[in-house]
Design a protein around this ligand. Sequence first.
Ligand code: ATP
Ligand code: MG
Length: 430
Amino acid sequence: MRYYIHVQLPLFLMVLAVIFCSETVVMLLLPYLVHEEAGDWHRGIIDAALLLVISAPLLWLLIVDPLRGVALFERHRAQTIIENAAQGILTINAKNIVQSMNRAAETMLEVTSQAATGRPVIDLLPAWTPASLQERKFETKVTTRSGGSRPVAVSISPLDPDRDEGHILMIRDLTEQYLAEQRRVEAAVMRAEKLALAAQIASSVAHELRNPLTSMKMLVQTNREEVLARGMPVEDLDLINQEILRMELSLREFLSLARHSPQRLEWIQLDDVILRTFRLVETRARQQQVELQFSPASKPVTLNADRDHLQQLFLNLAMNSLDAMPSGGKLTVELAESEEGMEEIRVSDTGTGIPPEILGRLFEAFVTSKPTGTGLGLVVSRRLVEEQGGSISAINRPEGGAVFTIRLSRNPDVVPTVGADSFPMSHTVS
Ligand SMILES: Nc1ncnc2c1ncn2[C@@H]1O[C@H](COP(=O)(O)OP(=O)(O)OP(=O)(O)O)[C@@H](O)[C@H]1O
Ligand SMILES: [Mg+2]
C-alpha cells in the first residue's frame, strides 16, 4: 500500500497532468485545424490523433526516459556491487544451470564466468545434491588448479520466493578460518607439551619438598601453641604458616599437573568451600589490610563436585588477588545462579588489575608477571573448572582491579537457587 502511495500515485498524477495539458492545447488548436461544418466523428478522430502526437513525446521526455535512466543506473550499480563483492555470488536457473557469477566466485572456483555459464552447478560444486536446495547451506572443498583443495561454505536462497526462477548461491572462502583452526590446534599441542615438561619437573620437585614442608608445618603449629600458652605474640609464626601454605599451594599446582587426581564427587555446599578459603587466607589478608567479603546466594548452593579441587580453585584465585593488593583493598566473592544447571561465581578485587600484556594469555602455562610466580595457578584453575563442566574468564574493571567469572555446572537434582542476575545483600567475613 505504501509503495502505491509513494511511487505509483505521483507517477499516475504526472501522466494525468501531461494528458490534461496536451488535451488543453488540442482544444485550443482544434478550431483552427477543423472546418466548422465537419462532423463530430471527424473532429473526434483529429482530436485523438493530435492528443497522441502531442502527449506521446511529452510522456516519453518527461516520464519514460528519466525512469529508464534511473532503472539503468540502478542496474549498473547492482552489477558493480555484485561484481566487486568479496563473497562469491553465483546464480542458477530452475534446472540448476549456472546463469552468472561474479569475480570473487571466479577466483574461488578457479573458472571463468564464460566457461561456467550454461554448465550444471554440480560441475563447479561437486558436493551439490538435489537436497542442497532444501538444506540451504553446505560446506565443501573445491579442487584448485594446483591440485590442492579450497574449503568453501555455500548458502542458497531463491531468486524470487514466489516463483521457481532459480537460486542465488553465496560462496565464502573458508581457507583463513581453517588456517586459524589449525593454528589453534598447534597452540594447544604446544601447550600440552609445555605441561608435559612441567609434569616431569613437578614429580621430582614435589617429592623433594613435600616432607620437609610437612615437618616445618607441624613444628610451627606445636611452637605456636606453646608460645600462645606463654602469652607471647604469635604473628611471626602465623606468617611462617602462611608462607608454608603458599609453598604447599605451588607444590599442589605442580603435582596436579604431574598426576592429576581424578574427581571424587560428593554433594558439597559451595558457601562452605568459599568460607574455608577465606579462613585459610585471612591472616595474610589482615596483614595486608585486605577486607574479605562474601555475598552468598539467597539459598545454599549445592554442587556435586570434588571438594579439594574447588578448594584449590578458590585458593588460587584468592592468592592471586592478595598478590595484587599488597597495600590494602577488598576481595569479594559473589554467588549467583546464571542459567539452568549452572552456578556463577564472581571473584573480584580492587588490586592492580591484570597486566594488559598478559590478559590475552592468562590461562596459558608459565605466563606470570611475578618474579617468583610459576604461572601455573590459572592453568590448574581452568582445568579444575572445565572438569566441573564450567568455564572461567577474567577482565579488568574500569575502576581498577580484576574480576574472575567462574561458571560451574551443578547436579540437576539440586534445590533451585536465586534468579540469574540477583546478587543478594552481602555479609563481611573477617
Ligand atoms: N587478581 C589478579 N589481579 C591482577 N593480576 C592477576 C590476578 N590474577 C592473576 N593475575 C595475573 O595473572 C598471572 C598468572 O597467574 P597465575 O596464578 O597463573 O600464576 P602466578 O600467580 O604468577 O604464579 P603461581 O603459579 O605461583 O600462581 C599473574 O602473574 C598475574 O600477573
Ligand atoms: Mg597464582
